[in-house]
Ligand binder design. Structure first.
Ligand code: ACM
Ligand code: ZN
Length: 554
C-alpha cells in the first residue's frame, strides 16, 4: 500500500523540466531579433510586472502577460505596478521616437500608419525584460511574442537570453474568416478562434453570418428571421449524396452575444467584420420572407450544399427595406469600420425572368454595354444603395470580387477570392483590396496529399507551404504606386464539412502560422525551411493550450 501511495504521489507531482531557455525564433518572425546567447536573465516566480495602473488598457495587457506566462510555464509573477525595479516592465514610448523628438521638434507629430501604431520593442538585459510600444496595442503584440518565446512546459524559473527585438507588421489588414452559417459554433469556440488569431498577430475576424443553410444574426425588428431562418430541417450526409441525417439543426447569435464577442475581440485588438451575404445565399431569409424572392416561394432553409438560384428579388421595394433594416441593426451592434455585404455567387436566372426585376432595370435605365450585363448592373445598383447607406453611418463596404462584375461602386473594397485578378483589377482602379484567393487562402481545402488521412473536406489541396508562398502585392502585375491599395491578406474557413470545434482548429493550424508570416513579415524575411524549424515549438504551445492542429506539414 505504501508503495502504491508513493507511486501515486510521484505520478501526480508536478514535473519540472530542466530549466529551458526562451527561444525568440517565433511565428510570425519579428522584423529584427539581436540575441546575445552568452548572457541570460533568469525570471523567477514572485518577480514583478510593472505597468501604468491608471491606464485600464495597459493594465489589461499586463494581466494578459502574467496569465500567459503562468499558463505556459507555471511561473507566477506578481503585479507590481509602481515598482521601477520590477523584472518585467511595460512602457509606453519607443526609444526611436524619443531620439526623433530630440533631433527634430514636432517630428513625432506625423501621423502613424496602422502598422507603426502596433510597433514594439522587447529588451532583455541584466535588469530584466523591458517591453516598450507607442500604444497599448504594441504592448499586446510584444506580450504575444514574448509568450511564444517561452518554454511550453512547467518550469521552476525561465532563462531568457539577452535580446533586442524590434517589430511591426507589414500589412494593416491581417484577417481570418469563419463561416458560422453552414455550421453554428458557440461563443466559446469563437473566443478560442479569436485567441488563436491574436496569438498570430491577426487583427480582423471576418464573421460570415448568413447563408442558404441558415440565418444566424438576430434582427430585433424582424424577430422571426433568426428564430425560424436559423433552422434547417436536416443536413445532407457527405457531399450532396441525396441522403439526409433527419436531424433539425440550428442556432443563432443574439445581439447581446454579438456585442459580447465584439468586446472580447476588441480586448485582443481584433476587429469583427460581420458579413450579411446579399443578394444571393439568402435561403435562410427567403424561408421566413418568401415575398422577397422573385417567385414568392415557398423556399426551404437549404439542407444541402451549393449555390441556390433563388435570390432576393431586386425589383421588389420590400427587398431594399428589408436590407436596410438588417444592415442598420448590424451597424448598431458592430462598430467595425468595414461591413461586408457578400455579393458572391448570385445567379441571375430568376432576375432575367422576373417582371419586377426587369421593370426595375428599365426604370434605372440599365443597358447591356457589352462588358456588364443588365442583371450584373442591377446587382451593382443594390451594392450602391448599400454603400450609401453604410457611408451615412461612417462605414465602408466590402464585397466579394463579384462586385466588380456590374461595375464597381465608388468606395467598394474588393475581397479577391476567385484568384488574384479581381484584386489586381480593383487596385488598378484605385480601390482597396483584400487578397484571399482560393489558391492560397482557402483553408477549407485539404492540407495533405493523402485525403484519406484527413476528415472529409470540400476538396482541393492547399498545403501550408503553398499558403506560405503567397505574396499579396503581386509585384509583377501591380505597380508600386498601386500596391498601396492592397490592405492585406486573409484565410477563409468555410464550414460545409466542418461541424465541430476540434475540426476548425485542425484546419486552421498550422496554416494560420503560414499566413501569419505572409501578413506580418517582409518577403525577404520569409523562408519556408526556417519556418518549419520554428514550427515545432508552436505545436508545443498548442499542446499546452489545448488547441487541436494538423500534425503533418506539407
Ligand atoms: C466564396 O467563396 N463564395 C466567396
Ligand atoms: Zn425579381
Amino acid at each position: 500500500m505504501r508503495h502504491l501511495i508513493l507511486a501515486l504521489f510521484i505520478a501526480c507531482a508536478p514535473t519540472f523540466a530542466a530549466a529551458e531557455r526562451a527561444d525568440y525564433r517565433v511565428i510570425p518572425q519579428p522584423k529584427s531579433v539581436q540575441v546575445d546567447d552568452s548572457q541570460a536573465f533568469t525570471l523567477q516566480p514572485g518577480m514583478g510586472i510593472a505597468f501604468d495602473a491608471s491606464d485600464p488598457e495597459i493594465s489589461r495587457n499586463a494581466h494578459f502577460l502574467r496569465t500567459w506566462i503562468q499558463q505556459l510555464t507555471g511561473v507566477q509573477l506578481a503585479m507590481t505596478p509602481n515598482d521601477k525595479k520590477a523584472a518585467v516592465r511595460l512602457v509606453i514610448g519607443l526609444d526611436a521616437d524619443k531620439k526623433l523628438k530630440k533631433g527634430k521638434k514636432g517630428a513625432a507629430a506625423t501621423t502613424l500608419t496602422e502598422q507603426q501604431q502596433e510597433a514594439y520593442t522587447i529588451s532583455v538585459d541584466k535588469s530584466g525584460i523591458t517591453i516598450a510600444a507607442r500604444k497599448p496595442v504594441g504592448l499586446f503584440r510584444a506580450a504575444q511574442t514574448l509568450r511564444k518565446a517561452l518554454p511550453a512546459a512547467e518550469q521552476s524559473s525561465i532563462e531568457l537570453p539577452f535580446v533586442r527585438i524590434q517589430d511591426e507588421p507589414r500589412f494593416g489588414y491581417r484577417g481570418a474568416m469563419l463561416d458560422c452559417a453552414r455550421h453554428y459554433f458557440t461563443l466559446e469556440t469563437l473566443k478560442r478562434y479569436i485567441d488563436v488569431m491574436a496569438l498570430h498577430g491577426c487583427n480582423q475576424l471576418h464573421w460570415h453570418l448568413t447563408e442558404d443553410q441558415g440565418w444566424r444574426f438576430e434582427v430585433k425588428a424582424l424577430p422571426e428571421l433568426a428564430k425560424k431562418g436559423s433552422v434547417r430541417e436536416q443536413t445532407v450526409i457527405g457531399r450532396n449524396t441525396g441522403v439526409y441525417d433527419g436531424q433539425r439543426y440550428g442556432g443563432y447569435y443574439t445581439q447581446e452575444q454579438c456585442r459580447e464577442l465584439v468586446n472580447y475581440a476588441a480586448e485582443r485588438y481584433i476587429n469583427i467584420i460581420p458579413e450579411i451575404d446579399l443578394p444571393g445565399h439568402m435561403m435562410g431569409a427567403l424561408y421566413v420572407f418568401p415575398n422577397l424572392g422573385c417567385t414568392s416561394g415557398p423556399y426551404p432553409v437549404w439542407p444541402h450544399w451549393g449555390v441556390s438560384r433563388e435570390v432576393l428579388c431586386a425589383g421588389n421595394p420590400e427587398t431594399m427595406a428589408f436590407l436596410k433594416t438588417v444592415i442598420g441593426e448590424l451597424c448598431d451592434v458592430f462598430p467595425s469600420k468595414f461591413i461586408h455585404i457578400g455579393g458572391d455567387e448570385c445567379p441571375k436566372e430568376r432576375w432575367k425572368a422576373c417582371p419586377k426585376c426587369q421593370a426595375k432595370a428599365q426604370q434605372l435605365g440599365l443597358k447591356d454595354d457589352g462588358k456588364h450585363s443588365i442583371e450584373n448592373q442591377l446587382q451593382t445598383w443594390i451594392n450602391h444603395e448599400m454603400e450609401q447607406f453604410l457611408r451615412e453611418r461612417g462605414r465602408d463596404m466590402i464585397g466579394w470580387d463579384e462586385i466588380l462584375e456590374g461595375g464597381l461602386t465608388e468606395g467598394g473594397i474588393v475581397m479577391s477570392w476567385r484568384g488574384i485578378n479581381g484584386g489586381i483589377e480593383a487596385a488598378k482602379q484605385h480601390h482597396r483590396v483584400i487578397m484571399t484567393p482560393t489558391t492560397y487562402c482557402y483553408i477549407d481545402y485539404y492540407q495533405l496529399k493523402d485525403q484519406w488521412s484527413q476528415p472529409l473536406g470540400i476538396g482541393g489541396y492547399l498545403p501550408a507551404s503553398k499558403v506560405y508562398s503567397f505574396e499579396p502585392l503581386i509585384p509583377n502585375q501591380i505597380s508600386e504606386d498601386e500596391q498601396q491599395y492592397i490592405l492585406g491578406a486573409q484565410v477563409n474557413l468555410w464550414t460545409e464539412y466542418i461541424a465541430y470545434p476540434e475540426h476548425i482548429f485542425y484546419m486552421l493550424l498550422p496554416r494560420l502560422d503560414a499566413i501569419s508570416e505572409v501578413q506580418w513579415c517582409r518577403p525577404d524575411q520569409k523562408d519556408f525551411e526556417d519556418f518549419q524549424k520554428r514550427l515545432p515549438h508552436m505545436l508545443k504551445v498548442y499542446d499546452r493550450l489545448g488547441y487541436n492542429y494538423c500534425r503533418k506539414v506539407e
